[in-house]
Design a protein around this ligand. Structure first.
Ligand code: CA
Length: 174
């Protein structure tokens, strides 16, 4: 299956960064394909990039929110970027604050760029979930991607089911 032309830029980034995702297994014990994983995440987060410019705001990152209260960096980001500092953006719907923690120092809306967003999403999976948190399963990646952590007791079952289903779909070629 060849991907539709409009979705090609998103798929290209999946092929570009997918090789960085290693050491994960699916429910059957098979090695996870990073390309397929990034494509599945783009699918459930933004309908494969069709909604990449959609911004979702998270109350926890806004004034009086939990993360806002705890983080001086978030308060500084809010002062500089306003509401966009509390939003997720792009084909992989990455939170501006999460991107900052992964070393991204551009404006929040810069995450609409597919390469930038995919780079940050890949870093989130490999550096935070796999290396820092010790995640080893596909299921736990979907858990952490949605709830921030696979070990926090918050298990977003519907999201995980959607993610596993998206991962199981045929991966298009470029
Ligand atoms: Ca969780």
């Amino acid at each position: 299956m060849v991907v539709r032309e409009s979705l090609r830029p998103v798929l290209q980034q999946c092929y570009r960064f997918g090789g960085h995702v290693t050491g994960l297994r699916d429910d059957q014990g098979r090695l996870v394909d990073g390309v397929r994983l990034l494509w599945a995440l783009a699918g459930i987060e933004s309908d494969y990039g069709r909604l990449a410019e959609f911004a979702r705001h998270e109350p926890a990152y806004m004034p009086r929110g939990r993360y806002y209260t705890q983080s001086i960096e978030q308060r500084q980001a809010w002062a500089r970027w306003g509401i966009t500092a509390a939003c997720s953006f792009g084909a992989w719907q990455v939170m501006a604050a999460t991107a900052r923690e992964m070393g991204y120092d551009g404006p929040p809306h810069g995450l609409i760029d597919h390469e930038t967003c995919c780079r940050v999403a890949t870093a989130l999976i490999t550096r935070r979930f796999v290396i820092a948190h010790g995640v080893t399963t596909l299921r736990d990646v979907f858990d952490a991607y949605n709830s921030g952590n696979a070990r926090d007791g918050v298990v977003p079952s519907a999201y995980i089911t959607k993610g596993l289903a998206a991962y199981g779909l045929e991966l298009p070629t470029l």
